[in-house]
Design a protein around this ligand. Structure first.
Ligand SMILES: [Zn+2]
Length: 242
């Protein structure tokens, strides 16, 4: 099969043209950037491709706009004015460029200041904010671990923080290793405590059986209402679990 890709610029759009052994011109727009690709029969020339693209320009722009808005909804730009959460409170992000030391801080009046170098990308800002969340979460976590280890009667070999897509925490009872989700930094501290106690309880009972629930109720009598708070908006996730 003979495949030949060229790039054409049509009406300000960059189009990938792939020539294949097919019968008809086929046009596709791909996420996330809305890249346009045209599959073209071997014998069809550039002029026919140009016409095919121009005749479908409105459709292409509509598709691209839809992809762009999807990206906007799922990803923060990390610009001033955005709402971000820490310890269950909503803060207004204030981005200050020009700082050599990149970090975040809470100003006390509902402002979360993010200091970054000039021209920082959203990815860099994200990284700076994430490492700040990680430090804060670690500071909240350490005293909670020390508070609960004697009450539980067992100590994890390791209790760490990482990014997880669908779980608030995990516990490997054999290795006694506990991981907590970095997203917990955005939740009220009692939520962090609930997830920690849940994972520590797995050191005593690996499954979510009646014994586990009895132990949880003994340790944290209101654990069910904290779980509701944990899974409430604005950071709800359908698949979250512990
Ligand atoms: Zn569990």
């Amino acid at each position: 099969m003979s495949i030949d890709t060229v790039t054409l610029s049509i009406q300000g759009l960059t189009i990938d043209v792939v020539r294949k052994r097919i019968k008809y011109i086929h046009l596709s727009v791909y996420p996330p950037e809305g890249r346009v690709r045209v599959s073209v029969p071997l014998h069809v020339g550039d002029e026919a491709v140009r016409l095919a693209v121009i005749s479908r320009l409105a459709w292409i722009h509509k598709k691209q706009a839809a992809f762009r808005s999807q990206v906007r909804q799922s990803r923060r730009e990390l610009v001033s004015g955005e709402a971000h959460y820490y310890a269950g409170r909503r803060y207004r992000l204030d981005v200050v460029e020009g700082s050599a030391r990149q970090s975040a801080e809470l100003l006390g009046n509902g402002i979360m200041r993010l200091s970054v170098r000039p021209g920082s990308t959203p990815e860099t800002r994200e990284r700076v904010l994430r490492s700040w969340y990680r430090e804060r979460l670690g500071e909240s976590l350490d005293p909670l671990v020390e508070k609960w280890v004697p009450l539980i009667g067992d100590r994890p070999s390791y209790c760490g923080i990482k990014r997880m897509k669908t779980r608030w925490g995990t516990c490997n009872p054999t290795a006694k290793r506990i991981w907590l989700n970095l997203e917990l930094a955005k939740k009220p501290v009692e939520c962090l405590e609930y997830v920690l106690v849940h994972e520590l309880t797995h050191l005593l009972e690996p499954s979510h059986n009646e014994r586990f629930k009895t132990l949880m109720t003994r340790f944290l009598p209101n654990w069910r209402s904290i779980r509701v708070l944990l899974n409430a908006a604005p950071l709800a996730h359908e698949d979250w679990s512990c």
